[in-house]
Design a binder for this molecule. Structure first.
Ligand SMILES: Nc1nc2c(c(=O)[nH]1)N[C@H]1C(S)=C(S)[C@@H](COP(=O)(O)O)O[C@H]1N2
Ligand SMILES: [Mo]
Length: 189
């Protein structure tokens, strides 16, 4: 039933609204861009955009829920499933949390389990096209099972942490996890 598809307190709109903590985003030089995986992992690596694209073969179609109450149906993302990348990076067993780091300084944290979700991806295409600049070019983290502020755009690194730390919005009162089905919008305390 269609109603069950929309988390409480949300309404459907047709296209995602661009939300950014800064007004301007620098152009990215793909020849120097690197995506890093570091922290509590067996195999810390850095990959180039070209390497990423050559490995990209996964696709997810998922609804996107923003904490400001809009939701968008069926956005398609192409790239690499995070659970596949983790096979290569091998997080240590004490890695419990992840911090996403972005080009303009944005950060967001979440429990590592969300990277094992079937739908979670690192994406370079959105709805069949290279991700538009303001939607996260060149690579974006997409975690459909959490509110959209966890889907970090302009991703530069995933940091694997043994202890939780708060990212940009989490420091400003937003929930550490942010599950739309539990309406985890803000931290209670
Ligand atoms: N790097 C970065 N990623 C970000 C943000 C940001 O400011 N910087 N905003 C977040 C928020 S609050 C939302 S709602 C979504 C919006 O995604 P969109 O701009 O593609 O619609 O991006 C998230 N990812
Ligand atoms: Mo947001």
């Amino acid at each position: 039933m269609e109603k069950d598809r929309l988390p409480k307190g949300q309404k459907w709109i047709s296209k995602p609204v661009v939300y950014d903590i800064v007004k301007d985003i620098k152009d990215v030089d793909l020849s120097t861009y690197r995506l890093k995986f570091f922290g509590a992992v067996e195999n810390p690596i850095e990959i180039t955009y070209e390497q990423f694209v050559s490995m990209a073969k996964d696709r997810t179609v998922a609804d996107f829920h923003c904490v400001t109450t809009w939701s968008v149906k069926d956005i398609s993302w192409e790239g690499i499933k995070t659970k596949e990348l983790l096979k290569m990076i091998k997080p240590k067993k004490e890695a419990k949390f992840v911090m996403a780091h972005c080009l303009e300084g944005y950060t967001t944290n979440f429990p590592i389990d969300y990277l094992y979700d079937e739908a979670s991806m690192l994406a370079y295409k959105m709805n069949g096209e290279i991700i538009p600049k303001r939607h996260g070019f060149p690579i974006r983290l997409v975690i459909p099972s959490l509110y959209a502020w966890k889907s970090a755009k302009y991703l530069t690194a995933l940091e694997f942490m043994t202890h939780d730390k708060k990212g940009f919005w989490e420091l400003r009162g937003y929930h550490d996890v942010g599950d739309p089905w539990k309406e985890e919008r803000f931290d209670e305390d």
